[in-house]
Design a protein around this ligand. Structure first.
Ligand code: BG6
Length: 505
């Protein structure tokens, strides 16, 4: 049975960075696998005046690293068309609509359309409105909208944006991208939890002491200083990616692994996260900004020296926080989260820290006289992918010394190289109409409510934002946050660099 999907992709923002870096390569991978084949077409639109040929050259450049053959290039790019377009000009939508109809006929697409808005959210409303009024949405086939973050800048703006889109598209036609949900190991969270009774039966406040989620980046803001300075780590990473990971870890088991059931449970989990008062924000959330730093002889400038960043900017490039989930399963279990730019190492990982045994029966026989080390389940999201479980065993030899050991599984490099990229998976899901790995409006709304109060509290703060040295693992207050609970961050890549003299204490 052919797996070919039929659709016309209309990409608004077709000349942009995201389209070139992610969308065209993902479409090419789907093409190579036969998921899209003969019956698809792509219209790239943006303000610039480009010809089809020029557009196709840009597409070729964007897939270069995938080493396409000459035949593949010819076959793939022949499906690409360019239409310059001013999103505010109604007349131009008519031209776009005509081209869409014509391509629909040429490629026999049966009215299936996927509108990809890879541009600033302030245009989402007007584009959606025109797609409807100028009848670019079809009556036959499907019409789906894919939108990129940021979805609003707080709850109010997100709601306004959603109202504008919802006036045209039904919720089941809207696919809000959170690219973390396309990552292999994020999807694996559900497999680990609901496929293994040994974990799911322990997955609650009786057995879990705390959960730690780290989304660390070694890069700085690169060329995105202008955007980032307005956003900061809280809105860039916590409101979306981190809260999605929390929802997947915290949700109740769905009755069946379906879009509807998972969504319901994720929404419930997000609703159970405590929305703090301003006082509680000050107790439970910290932030920081990277200062100048040095790692392995390489020097990094401070955030404030990055291009596009305002002088004396107070924008946070690091956030750590403690979330509490007020339901039966999670009462009293802190979910510690942290994310930052210019940290020691790129790495996304989750540590599930189980409670220690109630008593250490080996306290007199072993070197470990206090509590035994906790069992920790680690889920490695990226760049390495896999799981590890730390256990306590007996050290080989005389006596009865307890020795922590680690059961470790990582996906092989070959598997990693061959596994589909997040965007590729998400575009395919959208073609199939499966919104499991996209964020529903209720998820977005609840996530904003959780972070809005944090933002508002910080906006009132008069003292300068704490700083951390580039290449460290964040400001001191991020370590204090756990220390005051008598806990510590499980993952500390900086220690290895310090031990080997690559990073100063
Ligand atoms: C994006 C943020 O959503 O995620 C970026 O806007 C960040 O600032 C990126 O760098 C991280 O994604 P990944 O897949 O590299 O972890």
């Amino acid at each position: 049975m052919s797996q070919e999907n039929k659709a016309l992709f209309i990409i608004f923002g077709g000349t942009g960075d995201l389209a070139k870096r992610k969308l065209y390569p993902s479409l090419f991978r789907l093409f190579r696998k036969g998921m899209i084949n003969k019956r698809f077409a792509v219209i790239g639109t943006a303000r610039r005046e480009w010809t089809n040929d020029y557009f196709r050259d840009v597409v070729i450049e964007s897939i270069e690293s995938l080493e396409p053959s000459a035949e593949e290039i010819a076959a793939f790019t022949s499906h690409f068309y360019y239409q310059s377009h001013n999103v505010n000009d109604t007349e131009e939508y008519k031209v776009l609509g005509e081209l869409a109809n014509q391509l629909d006929e040429t490629y026999k697409l049966e009215g299936n359309r996927l509108f990809y808005l890879a541009m600033a959210p302030r245009f989402f409303g007007t584009i959606s409105k025109h797609i409807k009024s100028e009848k670019i949405m079809t009556e036959t086939g499907f019409s789906r909208l894919i939108i990129e973050k940021p979805f609003g800048t707080d709850y109010e703006t997100a709601k306004q944006l959603n109202d504008e889109i919802a006036a045209v598209f039904n919720e089941d036609q809207i696919f809000r991208i959170d690219h973390y949900l396309g990552k292999e190991m994020i999807q694996n969270i559900s497999a680990v939890r609901f496929g293994n009774n040994i974990f799911e039966s322990l997955w609650n406040h009786q057995y879990i002491d705390n959960v730690q989620i780290t989304l660390a980046e070694d890069l700085g803001v690169e060329e995105r200083g202008g955007y980032y300075d307005q956003s900061g780590a809280l809105k860039d990473m916590v409101q979306n990616h981190i809260l999605q990971v929390v929802a997947l870890l915290a949700m109740e088991p769905p009755t069946i692994f379906s879009e509807e059931a998972i969504r319901t449970e994720k929404i419930n989990a997000l609703k159970s996260i405590r929305v703090y008062t301003e006082d509680e924000v000050n107790q439970n959330f910290v932030r920081g900004q990277y200062a100048h730093g040095k790692l392995s002889g390489k020097e990094f400038v401070s955030y404030q020296e990055e291009p596009g960043v305002e002088e004396n900017s107070q924008t946070e490039t690091f956030v750590a926080g403690k979330l509490m989930i007020d339901n039966f399963r999670w009462a009293g279990v802190p979910f510690y989260i942290r994310t930052g730019k210019r940290l020691t190492e790129k790495g996304t990982r989750i540590n599930i820290v189980f409670k220690s045994t109630p008593i250490n029966v080996f306290r007199e026989a072993s070197d470990i006289t206090t509590n035994l080390p906790e069992n920790i389940l680690t889920i490695y999201i990226q760049p390495t992918e896999g799981f590890s479980l730390s256990l306590n065993g007996k050290e080989i030899g005389d006596g009865f010394n307890i020795d922590p050991v680690k059961l470790d599984y990582r996906h092989s490099q070959e598997n990693l190289d061959n596994s589909p990229e997040a965007y590729e998976k998400l575009i395919l899901d959208c073609l199939k109409g499966d919104a499991t790995n996209f964020t529903h409006w209720d998820e977005v709304a609840n996530s904003w409510k959780i972070v809005d109060v944090v933002r508002q509290t910080w906006d009132k703060e008069e003292a300068d934002i704490p700083t951390y040295s580039a290449a460290s693992m964040g400001p001191k207050c991020a370590f204090d946050l756990l220390e005051k609970d008598n806990r510590h961050w499980i993952w500390h890549p900086d220690e290895w660099y310090k031990m080997h003299g690559f990073l100063k204490e």
